[in-house]
Design a protein around this ligand. Structure first.
Ligand code: SF4
Length: 454
């Protein structure tokens, strides 16, 4: 629903490779969530996952490990949505799915590579995880914790959509150890919410926020989108100011994309004149203005899309650890994992996913074992999305001086004003951060610059 960091963007194959000249077409998707591009992952590389899982633990037992749990159900499909989510499933379907998730997790628990390892961060994303009822939630949380102890968990995030939030569910989450709620508000304007097919209205979002605050969580993140249909600069600004007045610890502002597999794209394709999309430069200007308003209100910009209060206390562990190469174990339909330097994605169809798990097999669809250089590039480009890549960090971990390894694009992007390079770090400037996803391809290996991303 709002975990863009695990989603799949879909830039067209024709995207030019130049680092500073790329201008996005109106439609398509440009968000970079990992490297190498998804289109290079194949079923032929799935054995690399099994090889890693069946070997003795390669990492120290206390190495960071994340757990991602995908809940692919929503009350209704939003017009711009391209996440894997089903709006036509029954309560029984959801109960069966939770049981299946837990069986999948048990297969991982029994893998020798994970023996003795426990998660340090957990993320429940979707879809709409808060759509599960109390019984399903209780079974899910207890089942996950029975398979992987949470005694080392520093952060557990749960995505919520406003209409499905209840105080009883929130208490259940808090008592189980969830520390961070991410609420998909998107915009505080009923006309805009309706125009984009959202199922909630402003009053639902405010009620949900109050309930979350009353129950009490360490961090509440509010997700917003700039560039929704019917949104104006003024309405975006009013909505953001209302959110700031609520004082969530974190505010994330995504820029609307129109991937080619969405209802919104199909409407635009059938009759472009009837769908007024906001141009990329305007969306970026709104984001720049949004960051300025957040900073004036005491927030600190912590990434290309998010601002937080009190950053040292409000790390987003899920993102920070992944961007530094932590293992991530993902379960559920279409979920992504990153295990021992191997990317892997699950099957997307619920019946295929369930059939595999019932047969005692992992429901893997495609994988990609990264080379040493690809692991370096992956961490480098992802850390640039946080604004800084530290020279000593890469020197220690990879034995590589990033200023030399990426000298060509660094010089070009520095001259373009997108970043600065010092002895200690590569730092992205604010103009660079606002268009970071269009710049990262400059650091890809040549064979990945012109391929489809998904
Ligand atoms: S809430 Fe909307 S955008 Fe989020 S996953 Fe569901 S349908 Fe997609």
């Amino acid at each position: 629903m709002n975990a863009r960091d695990i989603e799949q963007p879909a830039p067209p194959a024709s995207s030019p490779p130049g680092p500073t000249t790329f201008v996005e077409p109106e439609t398509g998707s440009y968000f970079v969530s990992t490297y190498p591009p998804f289109s290079t992952w194949t079923a032929a590389e799935i054995p690399a996952v099994h090889e890693w899982l069946n070997a003795p633990p390669a990492e120290p037992l206390d190495a960071p490990l994340g757990l991602y749990v995908h809940i692919p159900f929503c009350a209704r499909r939003c017009d711009y949505c391209y996440y894997l989510s089903y709006a036509d499933k029954t309560a029984d379907d959801r109960t069966a799915y939770v049981a299946c998730l837990l069986d999948e997790l048990a297969i991982y628990r029994d893998a020798s590579a994970l023996a003795g390892r426990t998660p340090t961060f957990v993320y429940f994303g979707g879809g709409t995880p808060s759509l599960l009822d109390e019984h399903q939630l209780a079974a899910l949380l207890a089942g996950v914790q029975a398979r992987f102890s949470w005694h080392r968990v520093r952060e557990a995030t749960f995505e919520c959509a406003p209409k499905s939030v209840t105080s009883a569910k929130l208490r259940l989450l808090r008592d189980a150890g969830v520390t961070r709620i991410s609420l998909g508000v998107q915009q505080l304007d009923d006309d805009v919410l309706r125009a984009n097919g959202r199922v909630h209205l402003v009053r639902d979002a405010l009620r949900a926020y109050d309930a979350i605050r009353s129950v009490g969580f360490d961090v509440v993140n509010v997700d917003l989108i700039a560039g929704l249909l019917g949104q104006t600069e003024a309405s975006f600004r009013v909505g953001l100011d209302r959110v700031i007045a609520l004082r969530p610890e974190s505010v994330t502002i995504y820029l609307l994309e129109v991937p080619h597999n969405t209802p919104l794209y199909r409407r635009w394709h059938a009759d472009a004149a009837s769908v007024e999309l906001v141009e990329w430069d305007r969306k970026r200007a709104w984001l720049a203005d949004g960051f300025a308003r957040l900073e004036a209100a005491g927030y600190t910009v912590r990434s290309a899309y998010a601002a937080v209060m009190d950053p040292p206390r409000r790390r987003f562990v899920y993102q920070d650890e992944q961007y530094r190469g932590a293992d991530l174990l993902g379960v559920g339909a279409s979920a992504f994992s990153y295990l021992g330097g191997v990317h892997v994605q699950n099957m997307a169809a619920l019946d295929e996913h369930a059939a595999c798990v019932r047969a005692g097999r992992l429901p893997l669809a495609r994988a990609r074992r990264l080379t040493f250089d690809e692991r370096l590039i992956r961490e480098f480009v992802l850390q640039l999305k946080l604004g800084t890549a530290d020279v000593p960090y890469f020197d220690r971990k990879f034995g590589v001086d990033i200023r030399t390894r990426f000298a060509g694009p660094l010089i070009e992007l520095q001259q373009a004003g997108a970043l600065t390079v010092t002895d200690s770090a590569v730092r992205v400037t604010r103009p660079g951060l606002l268009r970071i996803d269009t710049l990262l391809k400059a650091f890809y290996r040549p064979e990945h610059r012109a391929v489809r991303y998904t």
